[in-house]
Design a protein around this ligand. Structure first.
Ligand SMILES: Cc1ncc(COP(=O)(O)O)c(C=O)c1O
Length: 435
């Protein structure tokens, strides 16, 4: 009989299921291959499970670890700052330094507030937009992920492309049980990357709309870049109707550039949200925006609070992460390695006659199995062969390459060119055997 190389994890999972609902602390971790695994430690681009298996990690814990696991500068800063206390129910100098740093880096960040995660910061942005405009709804796009709170827990889990119905008035499906039915009234939804449609609908519906929110690259479904001119058109529609343009930069922030997608694409939103890479794995996020929008927080029209906001450890982690990104400037490398890996996967797919489609920006990209040549919106992603993707991810995992289950790859500053070459070699072998 074949030895179970995950036996220690399997035992721990049995134990965990008796105390943690489903054995995990986040829904996404439930669906890991071959079952939720227990990890012991991470270093650079590698992560080790409790059975001693080492993986080349392209999940980066769903994105935050832009410098790789356990970066010494981050750990040192966290340790030093933590020795001076954890949190004060008051201000501290590092929090101010971090805000000043972010203001200097992010084009739209004239004023900001710190939160703990992306989901919370998204809701803060909605509240700001509602208070300033006096309107109630936000417009979101099919397939974009903005956290797991009730009003954004729709529009990202359709059973099929056909089920979505007309593009002008798409059907939406709840992603979870227990969602407040009233939350359906908070938003309207449209397909992404279609500025003509957006413009036509906004001409009629703008009096209801406080904000338009999007991932400036749809990283969570297909890693789809905006089509040429789309972001600029949305910017001008928002200007025309007094709508807040919100960029959810939870993934693109500090990954496409130090100033996020807004700097990369040169389109400046009114409000934006940064999380994940900002804290290298420590719980910190920020909602930032132009003064005219953030004023409602400044004058206490909008209440934003949080006992745990801007503690010493996460602020230290964030300052150290940003300082390292600034001094090392890994961005040319993140793009070069990411694109090399994307090209290598495409080549491997061609050589093995597999319909693997690879697309994205480089520092993050997606792969899926479909006969479509390009994927421009969420509806396209629903045509992909999920079970084949699952088999690919599982086979890569067995070869000790760890990728996010929905086909998303993240490159960190710790990955080396040899590791990229290795991942290409392995993918060739896996694709050839995939059938
Ligand atoms: C684009 C985007 N927005 C918001 C969120 C929610 O962030 P968090 O998981 O930190 O609450 C995520 C998480 O993956 C995300 O990818």
């Amino acid at each position: 009989m074949k030895e179970n190389v995950y036996s220690r994890s399997a035992d721990l999972l049995d134990r965990a299921r008796k105390v943690l609902a489903g054995g995990v602390s986040s829904e996404f971790r439930k669906y890991s291959y071959p079952h939720p695994l227990f990890y012991d430690y991470g270093e650079g681009s590698s992560i080790y499970d409790v059975d001693g298996n080492r993986y080349l990690d392209f999940t980066l814990s769903q994105g935050p670890l832009i410098l790789g696991h356990s970066h010494p500068a981050v750990l040192k800063a966290v340790e030093e700052y933590s020795r001076k206390g954890q949190i004060f129910a008051g201000q501290h100098i590092r929090e101010l330094e971090l805000a000043e740093k972010l203001q200097s880096l992010i084009p739209s960040a004239e004023l900001m507030r710190f939160c703990l995660d992306g989901s919370e910061a998204v809701q803060t942005a909605f509240r700001i937009a509602r208070a300033k405009t006096g309107r109630q709804k936000f417009l979101r796009f099919e397939g974009h992920y903005h956290g797991w709170m009730d009003n954004v827990c729709w529009g990202l889990s359709a059973p099929s492309a056909d089920a979505l119905g007309s593009r002008e008035d798409p059907a939406v499906f709840p992603w979870s049980g227990g969602i407040s039915e009233n939350s359906r009234d908070d938003f309207m939804v449209l397909p992404w990357n279609d500025a003509d449609l957006l413009s036509a609908i906004m001409a009629k519906r703008y009096p209801e709309i406080a904000a338009i929110i999007m991932e400036p690259v749809m990283c969570n479904n297909g890693c789809i870049p905006p089509v040429d001119g789309f972001l600029e058109r949305v910017r001008s529609i928002c200007d025309q109707y007094g709508i807040a343009l919100i960029f959810d930069e939870v993934i693109t922030g500090f990954r496409l550039s130090l100033g996020g997608a807004q700097q990369y694409f040169q389109v400046v939103p009114d409000l934006s949200i940064f999380a994940k890479a900002m804290g290298s794995g420590y719980p910190i996020s920020v909602v930032a925006g132009k003064k005219e929008w953030m004023k409602v927080v400044e004058d206490s029209t909008v209440i934003h609070a949080g006992t745990m906001n801007a503690g010493h450890a996460p602020v230290a982690a964030s300052l150290a992460t940003l300082a390292t990104l600034e001094s090392e400037n890994p961005y040319p490398r993140l793009f070069a390695y990411g694109r090399k890996l994307m090209d290598g996967l495409k080549q491997a797919a061609q050589e093995t006659s597999q319909n693997l489609r690879v697309q994205g920006m480089g520092p993050m990209f997606n792969c899926c199995f479909t006969d479509l040549q390009t994927i421009t919106d969420y509806r396209d992603t629903l045509t992909a062969d999920k079970s084949k993707l699952n088999r690919f991810i599982a086979a890569m995992h067995n070869e000790r390459i760890r990728i996010i289950g929905r086909g998303l790859w993240y490159i960190s500053a710790a990955h080396t060119e040899q590791e990229i070459d290795h991942a290409i070699e392995i993918s060739k072998k896996v694709l050839a055997a995939l059938g």
